[in-house]
Design a protein. Structure first.
Length: 83
């Protein structure tokens, strides 16, 4: 994958490797250690990033739904189209 991590993030390599699909040879003990090292601040940051991504997805879906509704309504005839 070629991603270089600063030394402060290397302790979470096991989790990153598992997520990316590389280096899956870690044991359950390795995962437990990695999770034990996660700080509340790190978890809060992950949640914040995930919430931001969900907001973007929600906004996109709202736009798609609005476009679909606009396409279903025929402005010229003033009536709903039958599909």
């Amino acid at each position: 994958m070629g991603v270089k991590l600063p030394a402060s993030h290397r302790r979470n390599d096991v989790l990153l490797q598992a997520y990316s699909g590389y280096g899956i040879q870690a044991s359950i003990t390795d995962y437990k250690r990695a999770f034990a090292r996660l700080t509340p601040h790190a978890i809060k940051g992950c949640v914040k990033v995930a919430e931001g991504k969900l907001q973007k997805i929600h906004g996109h879906l709202v736009q798609v739904n609005a476009l679909e509704a606009d396409e279903e309504f025929s402005v010229g005839s003033g009536s709903w189209r039958q599909n």
